[in-house]
Design a protein around this ligand. Structure first.
Ligand code: AMP
Ligand code: ZN
Length: 493
């Protein structure tokens, strides 16, 4: 398919702050790097949202015919608790607390990450490199940065000299910050004693004797700074300059700003043509975050076993809910929102399952080609999935109208509608065609609702022994009843 040639895609570039027409470095090929997880705890749904946005972008670029090399790393070393190089390495700390090897932590949470992404039907990236697998490349980069005069060595650590760099370059070009403002706003933190200036960041940190994750280097035993791994791995697999770099909005500064500085300092060029940042998932109006504990893990939402939501939701329903917001908008995870998405999702699946049984007519009363182009226009406009989905609902409406006889479709148009719907729903949005019945939810809900009704009747007759028995025995079977203002709901334990 050579569709990309006729369908220019606009991408919002965080570097320029505008939507730009996408021009890949090599025609027909896209190199895309996305910062992966730091594998020291289970991923939460906020992390999943960011990776899902880029999974959809990867899927769309492939769908329109690009050959995409998608690199998403695993951070298994070097990410300190504090972005300003203070505190402990997150993985080392977790290993110390659990009294196991850091690599056991890494293994456990990498497996968890992959399981979660499989549950949500993610495509695997083309390459998934690890920081610990690229220590040599990181050391080479540090040597280049030192040789070019943009770093200094102190007591076995190497720091990037932000002030020196800013004399000839623009530190803050991506995050639109000015070094003077940063100087004004930075507090001295513990553990920064070696740095010339608090804005400098670690390229290599000396390992204290008790530090388990350590590698030899020209500056002594130590470990690489967090920002460096992404520079090393992105350029190794995609070239010193590549097309797209993505990540969550919170990584823009300092992480991505430092990546630009490192690449310019080492190789004399800005690494990325299009910087893309996905916006945050909130829970009850507050950012979902490991550090504040305001999180819901995917398993908890899939099983319904959590304190925030009235029921369990299927993976495709959660995926659909996320795709109903643009990747650059903040999205609040709410019960009402998920329930509305669930209804919409099953409405689309029901419509698609009607397609094969539609009666063909001599003529079409709806223009399927125009509708199809509107779907592409939506995605070509900075991957606007909510507008795409609005168009998919339009198609569901046509299908129902054709079924009822108020609109008509020829055999060819029905086939075109089907291939386009399949392409967008399953290939691009990554949904799976489950109907309510197949998901098992319908039957289970039906059975539990019968028991909820019997319990209500028992209560109305003041037969509290019976009503408690129903509640307790359901709990034993792993089904928790919750009495609320709107009546009784249930979740799976
Ligand atoms: P981490 O494992 O903390 O490095 O995060 C992995 C990815 O998840 C990064 O791209 C973060 O920007 C992203 N992320 C973290 N919290 C959220 C959130 N609440 N909503 C969306 N993305 C998030
Ligand atoms: Zn990164």
């Amino acid at each position: 398919m050579q569709l990309f040639k006729h369908q220019p895609i606009k991408i919002y570039n965080s570097l320029s702050g505008t939507k730009e027409t996408f021009k890949p470095i090599n025609e027909g090929y896209v190199g895309m790097y996305v910062c992966g997880p730091t594998v020291y705890s289970n991923v939460h749904l906020g992390n999943v949202r960011t990776f899902m946005s880029f999974d959809m972008i990867f899927r769309y670029l492939k769908h329109v015919g690009y050959k995409v090399r998608y690199v998403r790393n695993i951070t298994d070393a070097g990410h300190l608790e504090n972005d300003a190089d203070a505190g402990e390495d997150k993985i080392t700390k977790k290993a110390r607390l659990e009294q196991i090897e850091p690599m056991e932590i890494v293994q456990r949470y990498t497996v968890d990450f992959h399981n979660i992404l499989n549950t949500f039907n993610f495509l695997p990236p083309s390459i998934e490199p690890t920081a610990t697998g690229h220590i040599i490349e990181q050391i080479e980069l540090i040597k280049d940065i030192l040789n070019n005069g943009f770093a200094y060595q102190v007591n076995g650590s190497v720091y990037f000299d932000v002030h020196k760099f800013n004399e000839t370059h623009d530190y803050g070009i991506l995050s639109k910050r000015k070094l003077e403002d940063l100087i004004h706003n930075t507090r001295e933190l513990d553990g920064q004693g070696d740095k010339k200036n608090p804005q400098d960041f670690a390229l290599w940190k000396k390992a204290e004797p008790q530090h388990i994750m350590r590698w030899p280097s020209p500056w002594g035993d130590g470990f690489p700074g967090w920002h460096l791994e992404c520079t090393a791995m992105s350029t190794k697999y995609l070239g010193d300059q590549f097309d797209i770099h993505g990540g969550g909005m919170d990584l823009k500064f300092p992480h991505h700003e430092c990546e630009i500085a490192q690449n310019e300092a080492a190789k004399g060029q800005s690494p990325v043509n299009y910087w893309m940042h996905a916006n945050m998932l909130e829970l009850n109006g507050q950012r979902m975050s490991k550090s504040t504990g305001n999180t819901v893990n995917p398993d908890e939402l899939l099983s319904g076993n959590n304190k925030f939501f009235s029921k369990a939701f299927a993976p495709s329903v959660i995926r659909f809910f996320m795709a109903q917001a643009h990747y650059r908008s903040v999205l609040d995870l709410t019960d009402d929102g998920l329930i509305a998405s669930e209804k919409g999702f099953f409405r689309l699946m029901d419509a698609i399952n009607l397609l094969d049984g539609l009666k063909a007519s001599e003529t079409s009363s709806v223009d399927i080609n125009t509708w199809k182009q509107k779907c592409y226009d939506a995605m070509n406009d900075d991957f606007n999935s909510p507008i795409l989905i609005a168009n998919l609902f339009e198609a569901a409406k046509y299908i129902n109208q054709v079924k009822e006889g108020s609109e008509t479709l020829t055999k060819e148009d029905a086939a075109l509608l089907k291939t386009t719907l399949h392409a967008f729903l399953f290939d691009v949005l990554g949904l799976e065609n489950v109907t309510k019945k197949e998901s098992g939810q319908d039957k289970l809900s039906g059975a539990v609702n019968v028991l909820i009704k019997l319990r209500q009747e028992a209560r109305a007759n003041k037969d509290f022994a019976m009503s408690d028995k129903i509640r307790d025995e359901l709990a034993e079977a792993g089904i928790l009843l919750k009495d609320g203002k709107e009546g009784t709901t249930f979740s799976l334990l």
